[in-house]
Design a binder for this molecule. Sequence first.
Ligand code: ATP
Ligand code: MG
Length: 423
Amino acid sequence: MAEKIQAIRGMNDVLPEQTPYWHKLEAILRQLMASYGYSEIRMPIVEKTNLFKRAVGEVTDIVEKEMYTFDDRNGDSLSLRPEGTASCVRAGIEHGLLYNQEQRLWYMGPMFRHERPQKGRYRQFHQLGVETFGLAGADIDAELILMTARLWKALAIDDSVHLELNSLGSNEARANYRDALVAFLTPIKDQLDEDSQRRLGTNPLRILDSKNPQVQELVRGAPRLDEYLDEESKLHFARLCQILDANGVKYKINHKLVRGLDYYNRTVFEWVTDKLGAQGTICAGGRYDGLTEQLGGHATTASGFAMGIERIVALLEELSPIELTSADIYMVALGEQAEIKAMQLAEDLRNELPELRIRMNCGAGNFKKQFKRADKSGAKVALVIAEQEVQDATVGIKFLREQKEQLLVQQSEVADLIKLMNF
Ligand code: ATP
Ligand code: MG
């Protein structure tokens, strides 16, 4: 046998038993986006490397270590997108969607990061991203949070997630805080781990959300971000909390929540679950008012979030399992004439009942074999045609999940009867 070729580590196949969860989530998400008046945008999966360097930041983990970067045949450096916000802003500027306008956009698709694969962390993963532009108030930040809260309810996982909230303040406030933090940490630099030592020079705020207990202990006494907030950011944050309170959305203010990317200011938030182990953040976002200008557009306020589809699917699999079946009706046919008739009847039924899943027994087999397959398909009903039924233009209805007598009806009546069965 030839050597088997395997998938790339951290890049997963979504198998037939998992796709129903994806379909459910995708359908609910599309409906949710429509119900808030958001429009879909689709961007390419590959962009110029410089886009991510400028948007995400040269000294972030993503750009330093995690990007899939390669030279195109003409020598341009390209990267598989590690996230969608940069592409979305690029597209918005390029097509004149942002300047002096309001936009509420969403996208869904694969992202790529060369991380260490583990549960909930993959090298190809999927995000739903939502980005809004031209709306500066706390109201739009609140809307983004309300729509996610509604999603958890619709998926029946709202008991297993909680919201963490923080404000990073204006760019100036954040810069002041950064100086204070560096001044606090520099004298105790030797006690920090390697990662945090490196971040001290590049992205010191990230030290605050280090997972290392020793580092956590050290930053306990650090100056607090909220002590450095500017007046306007404080008001913005208070207003956001007020709207969330009025809508009954619970949250925990976490002064150490800073987010990994460079472009955030003011509101940042994360939805977290304790049901998935270490990879517990299922949705994260915030305000990024400076990014459009940073990417060569006119200054435009912006706010958005991204959620990790695989992590939400994992939660659904655990908390609200879907009964997996591949058919509602299974067509059983015995004999060559019956096979032809059954195929025709299945086509007629699909015309009349397009929402039903009708699976035809292909490849013949005796009754016993066919009913075994019918059972395995999960169908509720088998429609049975043999020689006699062909002659009489009838069809047998056998109930596979209920103790009910088999029926014999005219083929012309079967669609109406099945409609009445309501499945
Ligand atoms: P984390 O702290 O888990 O690394 P992050 O801050 O890098 O997350 P973002 O860039 O904000 O994540 O992406 C938003 C969401 O996308 C995350 O909250 C998570 O649900 C999901 N996500 C991010 N990276 C991965 C990955 N490698 N595999 C699966 N999902 C991911
Ligand atoms: Mg990450």
